[in-house]
Ligand binder design. Structure first.
Ligand SMILES: Nc1ncnc2c1ncn2[C@@H]1O[C@H](COP(=O)(O)OP(=O)(O)OP(=O)(O)O)[C@@H](O)[C@H]1O
Ligand SMILES: O=C(O)[C@@H](O)C(=O)CO
Length: 461
């Protein structure tokens, strides 16, 4: 059977974010960490496949090439609709990559029109008059203006996309979205006829996402955040509620087949064993979360100079420190590069922004791999790029998606037997947190959820 929805996500936390929302809307969803990871045959019961990439801030040409590869893999499985998932805060540079990738996908699919729908109201991301807000602030006045890699200095989605893509954009205003799916479809039709290439729908609450989902069930390419994924999935599953219930039940019974995700939490089992928190995000919320967690657990700030001077030797030191702190009775230790905007700017001036980001990400990947080799089985990671580096460092091919810790952040479990372990078939549990997601106590909340449910497998011998 063909996939109903195929998603290509430009970072790893974004991918688990949308996978979690597709699952919560009733879709049986599989997630893979590369196009090659997709097996030739997917189980018939799978509705949606998500491919996580790390294309948000690489060179536009590379992002386009990798995205087209992911598109081909999803289309080879007959995906009826494609979602290009990017950040709910439209993270991109002046050159892209949202514009170039959207244009390349449109061209490859023989299409000339799509929507840009980053809104995720449950997490405070709304769009009004085509401007993106983060809670009560326009995007360019929010913490995103200080992002280390993709600082956002404009809130107008129309201007942002027109600066990095080939066509013009129009806003579908609030009143139209409020009026329902037919009104939206008419407005899309009008926008297309006027020669626009992108439509930016105002979106103030989760009901608007359901309206948009219902209006977009025939659009071959949709771009945006996990919210529009949720809206679309709801529109699809609501029309086949009975069949879907049966499919999800079967997936639970068969468990690991084809990496099918589970859609409910009651029978989710966590992998037991030592845990660690790795934070490479310097977002406002992650800064608050790190502050909160430092009061609860052992915490080690990374010495950037040691990361740059002797990553291998320093990694060995950090591994020893983590292992000394890990015990069944205490919260997982935290290792963090998280810093204030002023500290980040100063470090970037000294070492170069890209070099520094790459070195820190590489360090986290190395650290995660070494910790896994020494028995760590549960990783809580903050930051999309950081999560990409860690997941790739761990050699993970795909995930099952489990209970949500916070909107957009589910616990996930690696597919078994994918990352050779001394003891064979152990899985790893990963919580990949987008920079600005979760409440201040997120790191503790993630572990609290684990302690409330059953665990399997002992990690360290
Ligand atoms: N102290 C620091 N100084 C400079 N750069 C840093 C520092 N700490 C982390 N970084 C880099 O900043 C980038 C943060 O990006 P990341 O995607 O991990 O977090 P985020 O952008 O907050 O999360 P998300 O993309 O999920 O919103 C990474 O490349 C990381 O290596
Ligand atoms: O959409 C979001 O905000 C997140 O899934 C994300 O992509 C952050 O990296």
């Amino acid at each position: 059977m063909a996939l109903r929805i195929g998603v290509l996500a430009d970072d790893f936390t974004g991918a688990t974010d949308i996978a979690g929302f597709l699952v919560s809307a009733g879709m049986t969803t599989v997630q893979f960490t590369s196009p090659e990871g997709l097996p030739e045959q997917l189980d018939d019961r799978v509705d949606a496949a998500v491919i996580s990439m790390k294309t948000r801030s690489i060179a536009p040409g590379d992002a386009v090439a990798q995205s087209l590869q992911a598109l081909n893999a999803l289309r080879a499985h007959g995906a009826e609709q494609i979602i290009f998932k990017y950040c709910s805060t439209f993270d991109s540079t002046g050159e892209g990559n949202i514009g170039p990738v959207t244009d390349a996908l449109l061209d490859a699919m023989g299409e000339t029109f799509t929507v840009l729908a980053p809104a995720l109201p449950v997490n405070g991301r709304t769009v009004y008059q085509g401007h993106l807000f983060v809670h009560d602030q326009p995007l360019d006045e929010s913490g995103m203006r200080d992002h280390p890699v993709t600082p956002m200095t404009d809130s107008s989605l129309v201007r942002l996309i027109q600066a990095q893509a080939q066509g013009s954009a129009v806003v579908i205003p609030y009143a139209t979205v409020q009026a329902g799916p037919e009104a939206v479809q008419q407005a899309l039709q009008d926008a297309r006829s006027s020669g626009a290439r992108y439509a930016v729908p105002d979106t103030l609450d989760m009901r608007h996402l359901e309206t948009l989902g219902a209006a977009l069930t025939d659009m071959p390419l949709i771009t945006g955040g996990s919210g529009i994924g949720y809206g679309l999935a709801r529109a699809v599953t609501q029309t086949r509620a009975v069949t879907q219930t049966r499919a999800v039940t079967q997936t639970r019974e068969t468990g690991q087949d084809a990496g099918a995700s589970r859609s409910a939490d009651a029978d989710w089992t966590f992998t037991s064993g030592p845990a660690v928190v790795l934070s490479g995000s310097s977002s406002q919320m992650t800064n608050a979360q790190v502050r909160d967690y430092r009061g609860r657990a052992a915490a080690l700030p990374l010495e950037i100079s040691s990361v740059l001077a002797d990553a291998e030797g320093y990694c060995t030191e950090v591994v020893s420190w983590v292992m000394e702190q890990q015990s069944a009775d205490t919260p997982a230790p935290l290792v963090y590069a998280t810093a204030s905007p002023e500290e980040v700017r100063a470090a970037q001036r000294e070492h170069g922004a890209q070099e520094l980001s790459a070195a820190i990400e590489k360090f986290f990947a190395r650290l995660a791999r070494a910790l896994r080799e020494h028995g760590t089985r549960r990783f809580i990671v903050a930051g999309g790029e950081t999560s990409g580096a860690v997941t790739q460092g761990l050699g993970v091919r795909g995930f099952e998606v489990g209970p949500q810790i916070a909107p957009g952040v589910p616990w996930t479990r690696t597919l078994p037997g994918e990352h050779p372990q001394p003891a064979g078939e152990e899985t790893l549990d990963l919580a990949l947190k987008s920079g600005n997601f979760g409440e201040e106590d997120f790191f503790a909340a993630a572990q609290q959820l684990v302690s409330q449910q059953p665990s399997t497998q002992e990690g360290r011998a």
